[in-house]
Design a protein. Sequence first.
Length: 202
Amino acid sequence: MKNYIICLLDYPQSMTPARIALDSGQKHNWDIELFPGVDGLKQSINNYGINANCKDAKCRDAMKRPGVQGCLLSHWLLWKKCVQHNDVIGIFEHDVKFLKPFDQTVEFLDVLKLEGFDFKKPRPAGNWYEGTRGYLITPAGADKLLSWIDHNGCLPSDVQIGTDIVDIQLCKDQIIIQQDQKHSKQSKREQSFTWNLENIAL
């Protein structure tokens, strides 16, 4: 099973944790590599012929942010790769750390989340779990997400992986964790690389 760590090559704030993630994955025998993600300040969903879903005001506002668009597009490209190669893949964001190998005999239908189990209220794609820092996806699951976007427009990446589109299973074996966050009075959103990309790039 091939695994990918999404990172933005031009940003030390992405590449430094991405290298930590890569090293930790290789240490635990993951077949893993860095995947150059989409910089939302350079390319938008319009460049890929994708529209934003406008049924939910919060999602619509979030999709106006360059980092949120780039994040969604990075996952979208990997979903396409999953379908193209017709094989399960692992998708990870740059700020994870691998703690152990993964038992590849585990079976799941569409999506298996390895981190981020905070269950959220429904949005246009159904209920969803906070964050897309680490999950496995089958070609069938990836195809369902791509098809939904084609017909309905896109949502922020974690909201996009909704229960009305795909079957979501959870693996709570603490295979990965989020890398240490700086102690701060700021909220998770205020500390988020994705949410604040335009400020980081200044």
